[in-house]
Design a protein around this ligand. Structure first.
Ligand SMILES: Nc1nc2c([nH]c(=O)n2[C@H]2C[C@H](O)[C@@H](COP(=O)(O)OP(=O)(O)OP(=O)(O)O)O2)c(=O)[nH]1
Length: 138
């Protein structure tokens, strides 16, 4: 069967940027594909949701915050052995609450403008997101 017919998993990812110029990474909890890898918070878009709806729901569930708005950064695709994913990446600067690892996941605030994050490994598709972020903020 041709690769072209693989179903596409649509995912919303949100890069939180705080007032001191840092962005947030979370570690994938045990039980998920790529457990232990670091990623930009987010998750699968459910049927009938917009990208923003999905982001709002996922960041509420994962981090316990309420986002007010988001800016679209880019759309990326990645072909994993477990899924073909299309990632809608947004930047979020406005939220209420303090991000916590609500699913038991570790969090790491990383300085913008550094060569690479202080934590590893990152999900393969998180690298191009960070490259786009760098270019966007430059
Ligand atoms: N959230 C997030 N997902 C990413 C990133 N990079 C990347 O390839 N992905 C992929 C991994 C997964 O295949 C998919 C996200 O699905 P998920 O398993 O985290 O989503 P979910 O929380 O809705 O999952 P589920 O437990 O409900 O099935 O996107 C990233 O930086 N952030």
């Amino acid at each position: 069967m041709s690769e072209i017919h693989r179903p596409v998993t649509e995912v919303a990812a949100g890069i939180l940027i705080d007032q001191s110029g840092r962005y947030l990474l979370g570690q994938r909890p045990a039980g998920k594909p790529y457990a232990g890898y670091w990623e930009v918070p987010g998750g699968k878009i459910e049927k009938g949701e917009t990208v923003f709806d999905a982001l709002k729901r996922e960041l509420q569930e994962e981090l316990g915050i309420n986002i007010q708005s988001s800016e679209e950064l880019t759309v990326l695709e990645h072909d994993y052995p477990h899924a073909y994913v299309r990632l809608y990446v947004s930047i979020i600067r406005d939220w209420t609450g303090t991000p916590k690892g609500c699913e038991g996941q570790a969090l790491s605030w990383e300085l913008l403008g550094t060569e690479k994050p202080t934590v590893e490994p990152l999900l393969p598709a998180a690298w191009p997101m960070l490259e786009r972020l760098k270019a966007f903020l430059a």
